[in-house]
Design a protein around this ligand. Structure first.
Ligand code: C2E
Ligand code: MG
Ligand code: MG
Ligand code: MG
Length: 289
């Protein structure tokens, strides 16, 4: 901790803090090489229709989730390196790589399967996101209707007018936009009314509490009703149990995502679902029913 030892003193030379800054700087340099060195990859997590059983919950697409395998540190989670990439502006290049990779992958899947890609705040607000999406769609041949872009509501707070203009231009390309982690941050009902989202992703926190906390059930029910009233589709994140799946299916939630249906894995592990010969791959992690 870089806490002042004596009253009124802010000790900026704490060795530990120094180390932290050095660590960060090094990690930062490493991150700028990560794409070049092929250390970045994508895992894919299935999104399925919300039905009573896993077997009947048909997979409709996947969310692409970035992974960084650092040569020394090993696996660095996206919650650590995405913010770092944001601060440094590296996110623009990295986000473009992620989007291209995900679209190229999805273009090879059987027709109805969709791909969802996360856009970070800086990527959304500061890069030429519309131009990038447009050119990647052309380049990969992915039909725009199969691409969904996930944006957290916090992104839009920064600049309401610009946010709205960008969402409209993205939608004009034919892609869909979803509000990620709904309910986790600055969620406001006025956002749902103001911004043309196609889908709401209910934050994992509400799903976790199902069965323990009657308020969570009430909130999920309300969000489903609200979203449907606004002609948005609803997906619940973080579904880990049969009870949660059953509840969401009963309540008319449109789709589900979570470990109970399938973990984020290299696409080879879902070969059967994406119509690919699995070769010598390991057993698919999810039964296709
Ligand atoms: P997110 O977009 O909300 O992604 C869902 C996160 O929940 C993923 O974490 C996923 O692995 C995790 N998850 C899914 N199902 C379950 C479950 O049943 N239980 C639990 N406990 N967790 C579950 P992950 O992959 O660590 O990503 C964390 C966040 O990092 C993402 O949250 C997203 O905000 C960001 N992120 C990941 N990949 C990218 C990317 O390519 N670009 C950008 N901009 N952000 C990314
Ligand atoms: Mg997401
Ligand atoms: Mg989310
Ligand atoms: Mg999340």
């Amino acid at each position: 901790r870089a806490k002042a030892k004596s009253r009124g003193t802010i000790s900026i030379y704490e060795p530990e803090m120094d180390q932290q800054i050095r660590d960060r700087r090094v990690l930062h340099q490493d991150l700028s090489l990560a794409i070049k060195n092929g250390e970045l990859s994508l895992h894919y997590q299935p999104q399925a229709m919300a039905r009573q059983t896993v077997a009947s919950s048909e997979v409709i697409g996947f969310e692409a989730l970035a992974r960084w395998l650092h040569p020394v540190r090993g696996f660095v989670p996206p919650s650590d390196f995405i913010p770092l990439a944001e601060e440094s502006g590296l996110i623009v290049e990295m986000g473009e790589w992620i989007l291209r990779e995900a679209c190229r992958e999805a273009a090879s899947w059987p027709m109805p399967l969709q791909i969802a890609v996360n856009l970070s705040p800086a990527q959304f607000m500061h890069g030429d996101v519309v131009g990038v999406v447009h050119s990647i769609l052309l380049e990969t041949g992915l039909s725009p209707g199969r691409l969904e872009l996930e944006i957290t509501e916090g992104v839009l707070i920064e600049d309401f007018d610009r946010g709205l203009a960008l969402l409209r231009r993205l939608k004009a390309l034919g892609v869909r936009v979803s509000m990620d982690d709904f309910g986790s941050g600055y969620s406001s009902l006025s956002y749902l009314q103001a911004f043309p989202f196609d889908k709401i992703k209910i934050d994992r926190a509400f799903v976790i509490n199902l069965g323990h906390n009657p308020q969570s059930a009430a909130i999920i029910r309300a969000v489903i009703g609200l979203g449907h009233g606004l002609e948005m589709s609803i997906v619940a994140e973080g579904v880990e149990t049969q009870e949660q799946l059953g509840f969401l299916a009963d309540e008319g939630c449109d789709s589900v995502q979570g470990y109970f249906l399938g973990k984020p894995l290299p696409i080879g592990q879902y070969a059967a679902l994406v119509g690919r010969n699995s070769g010598n791959a390991i057993e698919p992690a999810r039964k296709t029913g």
